[in-house]
Design a protein around this ligand. Structure first.
Ligand code: SF4
Length: 350
């Protein structure tokens, strides 16, 4: 279903807006300096919305100072305590993640909603497979996609009754087929924008795989308005992976794409570390470029014809080519540096 547009501190989600990329700090929010430093790194990697955990009043008070020093919308993650939500909004939070059904009596929910209305702060309802209501677990015999959707809708109703529509919903679970099914079911019945992701998806490798499959399946059907890749890794990896998923689906063209060959019996250079190093050094490139890293000169440039620039390995050396044409030969230990010089020239960097 087409989604209503929600404005998160200037970043619009829903409607025809791009799927905004989020991450979450893993610093102690009370440690303002470390949190701001991490947010700056994430901004530089392309993070568009950042979330911080707010477990206590000291963290809620730190939000004001953090907000002054960053350039992207700040979301606060709160469990249960409505006073923390109020304090964070006073301090300029751009979105609050809190489940209204967990706040307690109606007056508390009303206070949060009133302030959110007054300050145009959206609320994200975040349903999680690990903390589903007992009645729903009993009713559905465990965590099912229907139970997750019913849980989300019960929180939505509380906000609806208070005439509050500035809502985003997430339904997270680490089981990918259930996650896909739950989001599809919610998407079919509501115009509330969806924050999509696979929770507790694992380490860099397994989490990337699960997120690519789960988030990718939804995005390929036009479901999802903002996304977070959750990884047990440096959060900057979440941002890179999110862009990669969107690029693979043709939704974003922002960053560098590495095309590299699988290597074979013709390879005469140590290609795998070269490909990894090129990937590492081109991660923060902001304009689209296709870079090929190929093992041999016989098939390399031809196989990577669609690349903007690349290298093809020879014996202890490499050929640099642009648009399929060889431009020069360099020794193996200079391949990455020389390739980077050419890439920077193409990007207009002196
Ligand atoms: S580009 Fe060359 S080295 Fe790489 S897989 Fe193809 S034939 Fe083998």
């Amino acid at each position: 279903m087409r989604k209503r547009v929600v404005n998160i501190g200037g970043v619009k989600v829903g409607g025809d807006n791009p799927v905004a990329i989020q991450s979450m700090c893993n610093t102690d929010t009370r440690d303002i300096k470390s949190t701001v430093n991490q947010i700056h790194t994430l901004e530089n990697a392309g993070c568009e919305i950042i979330r911080v955990a707010v477990p206590d009043m000291e963290a809620a008070k730190a939000v004001g100072e953090i907000k002054k020093q960053i350039h992207i919308p700040l979301v606060v993650d709160i469990h249960f305590d409505y006073r923390l939500a109020l304090e964070c909004m006073k301090n300029g939070a751009d979105k609050v993640r809190i489940n209204p059904g967990n706040i307690g009596d109606k007056d508390r929910v009303k206070q949060v909603v009133e302030m959110a209305k007054e300050r145009a702060v959206p609320i994200r309802i975040g349903v999680n497979g690990g903390s589903l209501e007992k009645e729903l677990l009993k009713k559905y015999g465990g965590v099912t996609s229907d139970a997750l959707v019913e849980s989300a809708m019960s929180h939505v109703r509380i906000l609806d009754e208070l005439n509050f529509q500035d809502i985003v919903v997430s339904i997270k679970i680490s089981d990918v087929p259930k996650m896909i099914s739950a989001y599809k079911k919610f998407d079919a019945i509501s115009d509330i924008p969806l924050h999509i992701g696979v929770t507790e998806s694992g380490t860099l490798k397994s989490g990337t795989l699960k997120s690519a499959v789960g988030i990718g399946a939804l995005l390929s059907e036009g479901i999802g308005d903002t996304m977070r890749v959750s990884l047990t890794a440096d959060p900057v990896e979440e941002v890179y992976t999110a862009y990669d998923i969107q690029r693979v689906l043709g939704l974003r063209e922002k960053n560098a794409e590495i095309i590299s060959c699988p290597t074979c019996g013709r390879t005469q250079i140590d290609l795998i570390p070269i490909a990894n190093e090129v990937e590492r050094r081109t991660r923060n490139i902001k304009t689209p470029i296709k870079i090929a890293v190929m093992g041999c000169a016989v098939n390399g440039p031809g196989e990577a014809r669609e690349a903007d620039i690349g290298i093809a390995g020879g014996k202890g050396e490499g050929l640099i080519f642009k648009k399929g044409e060889i431009i020069r030969k360099v020794p193996e230990n200079k391949i990455v540096d020389e390739l980077m010089i050419e890439i920077e020239k193409m990007q207009g960097v002196d």
